[in-house]
Design a protein around this ligand. Structure first.
Ligand SMILES: [Zn+2]
Length: 250
């Protein structure tokens, strides 16, 4: 594995809340930095460590975290990751997501009452699931955001990383574009399931009209590799699939 620079979607399984089993944070690294884009949930800490080791980027190198948005399957792992790091981690998110991530505003979609109800109704022998729900209830929200991002910021990592504000799924949702490798990290602005790119699901997307505008915005980029948090790396011609999704949205 080339450890000088790279981009890798990390496959995580066994999530509980909203992640429907499989999610894909992305690791971006070069000589100076290792950035994790989205954190999974609290239970994923060890899996993230293992995945980083496997691509030749030891966990100790991780010095930045970018959060695409506030949903718990994206920020749930943040406190654990920051705590496990031997050095300070620069946590970055869009300015509009910062107050939610820092707990100044309640997360838009996390319904604690529902989680508590679920926990109460689970039999005692479901220890693993009980533990996961308990972690979610007691370890949210994620923690401090040290760097605030806005649309079209270009960060000097991975050969240049453009921040694209893609609201709709949440107000401060961002996607990331790496121009050098023509890689788009869509977050939840675009999902991939059952062989097809899709809009984010209506029930979890408070402003669908904005979400559609965000897809059209992303479709203007020259994309060779598309990584969706839900679905992973698009296996076919990403440019064409993105154009088809945009056409459906128009
Ligand atoms: Zn999500």
């Amino acid at each position: 594995m080339n450890t000088t620079a790279g981009i890798e979607a990390i496959k995580l399984t066994r999530g509980f809340n909203g992640s429907q089993g499989v999610i894909y944070p992305t690791l971006i690294w070069d000589e100076g930095t290792a950035i994790l884009v989205d954190t999974g949930e609290p239970i994923h800490l060890e899996a993230i460590r293992d995945a980083m080791e496997q691509v030749g980027v030891p966990f100790v190198r991780m010095n930045r975290i970018i959060l695409t948005h506030q949903d718990i399957d994206h920020i749930g792992g943040l406190p654990g990751l920051v705590q496990a790091s031997a050095h300070p981690v620069d946590v970055m998110a869009h300015e509009e997501e910062k107050p939610y991530i820092e707990g100044l505003k309640p997360l838009i979609k996390l319904k604690k009452e529902l989680l508590q109800e679920k926990l109460n109704s689970l039999p005692e022998d479901q220890q693993e699931l009980r533990g996961q729900i308990d972690l979610l209830l007691n370890h949210t929200p994620g923690g401090r955001v040290s760097t605030v991002l806005k649309d079209q910021d270009v960060l000097p990592y991975g050969g240049g990383l453009t921040v694209i504000h893609t609201p709709g799924h949440t107000p401060g949702h961002i996607s990331l574009y790496l121009g050098q490798s023509k890689t788009l990290i869509a977050g939840d602005a675009i999902m991939y399931s059952e062989g097809k790119l899709r809009k984010p699901p209506e029930q979890f997307t408070p402003d669908m009209e904005q979400a559609i505008q965000s897809i059209l915005k992303l479709a203007k980029y020259d994309v060779e590799t598309l990584i969706c948090y839900h679905g992973g790396v698009y296996p076919g011609n990403a440019k064409q699939a993105l154009a088809e999704l945009a056409a459906e949205c128009r």
